[in-house]
Design a protein. Structure first.
Length: 175
């Protein structure tokens, strides 16, 4: 084998190794995100009792808020639902009173359930009424966004979160 062939083989080996590392890193990132998504979806459907469409709508919101990272912080906002002010204090108090870690997925999901069942009962009721369809997932995203998250620029946020609910989560969990 001449020197040029050896150099070409070495380049191809390095490129193949880089491609394998890229695929592995990409799948690890997807698995980490998918893992939190799976846990949240199961909690919403099994513990809170939402249908798939409503769960996908909530997931679309959580994805927009923190990309499924319970430790995400945006200024004075924190966690899955980017709780701020008295709601952030409520998260910490609830978790302390119930022996949960406010930085954990479990602690935040239980606090989300507490808020829906005790403070945002109308939102929970509306989520319970959405049809279990892709359109229902988009509707659930708008309900949760408007009533629970309450961000600025509702038209854009409802559209974006509805797209996530349908295109990412409904497509993953139902279709």
């Amino acid at each position: 084998m001449n020197r040029t062939s050896k150099h070409l083989n070495l380049k191809m080996t390095v490129l193949a190794a880089l491609a394998a590392c890229t695929v592995l890193a990409s799948s690890m990132t997807a698995a980490a995100d998918g893992s939190n998504s799976d846990i949240i979806y199961s909690f919403l459907t099994e513990d809170i009792g939402l249908n798939s469409a409503a769960a996908c709508g909530v997931l679309g919101n959580i994805y927009q808020e923190c990309k499924m990272d319970p430790t995400a912080s945006g200024g004075s906002f924190y966690g899955l639902c980017q709780w701020g002010g008295s709601r952030r204090s409520g998260l910490y108090s609830y978790c302390e009173e119930n022996g949960l870690d406010p930085a954990s997925l479990t602690g935040q999901l239980h606090y989300l359930q507490y808020e829906l069942e005790n403070i945002y009962t109308g939102t929970l009721s509306e989520l319970g009424d959405v049809s279990n369809t892709a359109d229902g997932a988009a509707s659930a995203a708008a309900i949760f966004c408007t009533n629970f998250e309450q961000p600025g620029n509702l038209d854009w946020e409802n559209s974006t979160r509805g797209s996530y609910a349908v295109d990412i989560f409904w497509a993953s969990y139902v279709e």
